[in-house]
Write a protein that binds this ligand. Structure first.
Ligand code: UDX
Length: 435
């Protein structure tokens, strides 16, 4: 099929490359010329495992092109809108200006029978409003909402082999569902569950899923606070409750909490939308989920102050990790970077490191000292703070690491180290909700 993808960020660049990999003819559009130039040269503008390979192979076939000109989307049968919906300045609501601008710029280029497919995460009610706009300005086209559940770090796999497909379509619009079936034929033939529903449900599926995941993480983090107060161990607790299939062990890792470009802003936008709908109390618990999450960052900072005897001033602190999770260079709302910035604000000599996230972190917080070398970061440290669980940090050898630092003190902000092994090597180990 001929496909356009409007917006080539973490979501759109992967989606465009994956669609071309599946055999479709794709044009990716973005207003950022630098990003488009990189993608056109088959160079991913961000770190995402597997993306360089599919970007290269799809570009080589000639099926994948990139452009800054929306007119190049004309003639496509399907237009995916994958632009960002960040948190609006000074409010918890989502900023829909990019979505609205993308739709308006696309309207004059819609061919007869074209299907516009929203992928961006939007407040419930947005699709119905945009469908009206299409009916008015381009009645020969239609709209579907097809939320995306990809995780950064696994985005290529999640796009090529999704665990479910959700299509929100207009009333009686069987055409939209059959077009999307065609787009995703490979996944459908592989037995991927597919749910065809209305716009509002499709929009809600996405935010409900993220709200549930955020709640699960904050639940275990709340348990870690109780564990700290009682001498219990939150990891053993998570293992034990996780054996109950109704609960499940995944997303029950206590630590410095969730961040990134999705969960934090999505739960805030969801709460803001519920308030607009007069149902604020239904989602009031998400405010608590957010508060627990932000408290975890403060807990790590407080642990650092305690571990250093009451003040971090002029102490050298090695912060391991700045990206919001491993296998990503994304530092948006990163708990790890937040901890580094707070410690620096308290007067610590912070040296932050990350296998992929240093450049993005430096662009946001140039006041911090960075190195891409773990050894360099560790050298002479009075305290080590592990806040993103990259494999190479999990695999650190306590004896060898002990030779690099000035003092053997570590905060395991992700509860991933074998504390007994580290203690045996002479380390003071501090965790969240761990004995
Ligand atoms: C999330 C959703 O998982 C995905 O389905 C949606 O499409 C976009 O938002 P992503 O932001 O890539 O994906 O990250 P995810 O893997 O969900 O992790 C989110 C945050 O939660 C990370 O900061 C991670 O470190 C943290 N986390 C995750 C925990 O603190 N504990 C856990 O047990 C799991």
């Amino acid at each position: 099929m001929r496909i356009s993808v409007i917006g080539c960020g973490y979501l759109g660049a992967v989606h465009a490359s994956a669609m071309a990999e599946l055999g479709h003819e794709v044009v990716g559009i973005d207003v950022d010329d630098r990003r488009i130039a990189q993608l056109a040269a088959a160079r991913p503008p961000f770190f995402e495992p597997g993306l360089p390979e599919i970007l290269r192979s799809a570009t080589a076939t000639g099926r994948l092109r990139f452009s800054t000109d929306i007119a190049d989307a004309a003639g496509a049968e399907v237009h995916f809108v994958a632009v960002g919906t960040p948190q609006a300045a000074g409010s918890h609501a989502a900023d829909l200006s990019h979505v609205d601008a993308a739709f308006e710029s696309l309207l004059p280029h819609l061919a007869d029978g074209a299907l516009v497919v929203g992928k961006s995460t939007v407040p419930v009610g947005t699709a119905a409003r945009l469908a009206e706009r299409i009916a008015e300005a381009a009645p020969h086209a239609s709209l579907a909402w097809n939320p995306e559940f990809l995780r950064e770090g696994y985005a290529v796999k999640d796009t090529l082999q999704p665990d479910r497909l959700v299509y929100g379509v207009g009333e009686g619009d069987e055409h939209a569902a059959s077009v999307l079936d065609h787009v995703y034929r490979a996944a459908i033939e592989a037995g991927t569950p597919r749910i065809v529903t209305d716009y509002a449900t499709a929009e809600l599926v996405k935010v409900a899923a993220n709200a549930f995941l955020a709640t699960k993480i904050s639940f275990i983090n709340a348990m870690s606070e109780i564990a700290d107060a009682t001498g219990a161990d939150v990891t053993a607790l998570a293992d034990a409750i996780g054996h109950d299939a109704r609960i499940g062990r995944r997303f029950l890792n206590a630590g410095v909490g969730f961040g990134g470009g999705c969960l934090p802003k999505d739960i805030r936008a969801f709460t803001a939308r519920a308030e607009e709908l007069g149902r604020g109390e239904s989602l009031a618990f998400l405010r608590e989920v957010d508060a627990i999450n932000l408290r975890q960052r403060q807990r790590v900072v407080d642990l650092a102050v305690d571990a250093l005897g009451g003040s971090v001033h002029r102490k050298r602190v090695a912060v391991l990790g700045v990206s919001f999770k491993p296998e990503s260079d994304d530092v948006r709302d990163s708990p790890a970077l937040d901890v580094a910035v707070q410690l620096r604000g308290l007067g610590a000599e912070v040296v932050a490191t990350d296998p992929q996230g240093v450049e993005n972190a430096r662009a946001r917080h140039p006041q911090l000292e960075y190195t891409s070398s773990t050894r360099e970061a560790l050298r002479g440290a009075d305290l080590v703070v592990l806040v993103t669980e990259w494999r190479e940090y999990r695999a650190l050898d306590p004896v060898e690491t002990g030779r690099l630092v000035a003092e053997r003190r570590i905060i395991d902000g992700r509860n991933v180290l074998d504390a007994a092994e580290w203690r045996a090597a002479g380390w003071q180990v501090h965790g969240l909700g761990r004995r």
